[in-house]
Design a protein around this ligand. Structure first.
Ligand code: IFM
Length: 460
């Protein structure tokens, strides 16, 4: 592949900008019950008939639990400066509370040590959706005890690792946990109930606040929350579509952001959830509104919203428009939406440092990679366009400190099983073999040149 500089003014990312990649425990580790781990809610959910698109399980996934040395070596070869991963709660506390399973914690100690040895900064997410099944049996996120259980778990993990882990996040995408787990039921625990969604949303917020406090008291130096943001655009200028877009925005984007960073609930929530919305908000807000060191933003797409009498919540529904570009997950490709999102968050939340903690795309790749690098031009284009948008946001004054690509490896995409490949490294799920895709080499070049490669283009 040959490249030449374009006429555009090249400009790099700020010094120390963290170029990284992200994964999560359930999606890559495999060996779910190894070394004394307890089952997670997702381990169990995947075994319920019809829950996972291809009928697959987490038994092997990317086999990262056994191949983590090889995976850290891949990161080193890519020049990654940081790696964002999550801890499986059920490895550390098999029953969810109480007894600590030392071998489970040891696995993460070994991973962190190896990352540091390779000059890769470990960024730990405490909860990325996989919950000990034992806690699900006790009500899971519907239980009023959950915030305290989560804080206790956070304390154990942070105490063990805070001397080596510089960056912590409490919960990944709480909106998805509440919405997909309790409103639409496509994720574990597969429940469909608006009142439960309201309850779970409040529990997640309180859990974040208590865990942030606990992590700080155990020595965590830098603590944040990760939210997924999707700008909501009305399908037309009709007042009904405009107000549907505003409701969708408050439900998906501001439901967690505003209480955590502004110390208030978005007004629209009490009408969306009606009498299901828990009372006593003011007292809860004191716990929820903890000082944070940064915010993680996961960005994939924008939503086009149309008023819809039959839809939940509160009559707003995302629609697809013809003649637009979509990824394999059906998400519209909207790189400019990333800059828009970051600027919007800056305006809403002030000067808090931001990280793009996830951004990436699933496009069709073969099950077996015939050569290295495996060509994935759509993903290369997606990454180039989104990284340029991130750089543009910085140019416009956003304090963006890093970008974590989703994902390092093809992995188990939750209820879609292994049918959606997000990785820049191809995984042959039959053998575990890893193969760099062209997007991995492109990303390596972006990192090496501190963004300069974004201004190169392939010769015709
Ligand atoms: O795979 C997920 C990840 O676990 C959370 N954010 C979105 C990704 C793609 O769907």
């Amino acid at each position: 592949m040959s490249a030449s500089s374009s006429d555009r003014e090249p400009s790099g990312f700020p010094d120390g900008f963290l170029f990284g990649a992200a994964t999560s425990a359930f999606q890559i580790e495999g060996s779910p019950l190894a070394d004394g781990a307890g089952p997670s809610n997702w381990h169990r959910f995947a075994r319920e008939p019809g829950r996972i698109e291809d009928g697959s399980t987490d038994d092997v996934a990317c086999d990262h639990y056994r191949r983590f040395r090889e995976d850290v070596d891949l990161m080193r070869r890519l020049g990654l400066r940081a790696y964002r991963f999550s801890i499986a709660w059920s490895r550390v506390l098999p029953e969810g509370t109480g007894r600590v399973n030392r071998p489970g914690l040891d696995f993460y100690e070994r991973l962190v040590d190896l990352l540091l040895k390779n000059d890769i900064r470990p960024c730990v997410t405490l909860h990325h959706w996989d919950l000990p099944a034992a806690l699900d049996d006790r009500g899971g996120w519907r239980s009023p005890e959950m915030p305290r259980w989560f804080a206790d778990y956070a304390r154990v993990v942070v105490r063990a690792l805070s001397d080596r882990v510089p960056m912590w996040t409490t919960i990944n995408e709480p909106w998805v946990i509440a919405h997909a787990g309790y409103m639409t039921g496509v994720h574990a625990p597969g429940r469909i109930s608006l009142p439960e969604t309201a309850l779970v949303s409040r529990g997640l917020l309180l859990a974040h606040g208590l865990a942030a406090q606990a992590a700080r008291s155990e020595g965590a130096r830098s603590i944040g929350l990760v939210v997924n943001i999707e700008p909501k655009e009305p399908a037309s200028d009709a007042p009904k579509d405009r107000s549907a877009a505003a409701r969708a925005d408050s439900y998906m984007n501001r439901q967690f952001l505003e209480p955590v960073l502004k110390g208030r609930f978005p007004e629209e929530l009490s009408s969306i959830y009606a009498e299901a919305w828990p009372r006593g908000g003011e007292a809860d807000l004191i716990t929820i509104h903890q000082p944070l060191d940064f915010l993680g933003v996961n960005y994939y797409t924008c939503g086009v919203v149309r008023h819809d009498e039959s839809a939940v919540p509160d009559r707003a529904r995302n629609i697809r428009l013809p003649d637009r570009r979509y990824t394999e997950t059906g998400w519209e490709v909207r790189p400019e939406g990333l800059a828009k999102t970051l600027l919007w968050v800056k305006d809403l939340c002030g000067g808090i440092p931001l990280y793009v903690t996830e951004n990436g795309a699933a496009f069709p790749d073969p099950d077996v990679a015939p050569e290295e690098p495996l060509g994935d031009p759509l993903r290369v284009e997606y990454l180039r366009d989104h990284l340029q948008a991130a750089r543009e946001a910085i140019r416009q004054g956003v304090d963006l400190r890093g970008y974590f690509l989703w994902s390092l490896l093809d992995n188990m995409e939750w209820a879609s099983g292994y049918t959606k490949r997000f990785g820049i490294v191809h995984v042959d799920f039959a053998t575990g073999k890893r193969t760099f895709k062209a997007s991995a080499l492109f990303y390596r070049r972006v990192i090496e040149t501190n963004g300069g490669a974004l201004d190169e283009h392939e010769e015709e």
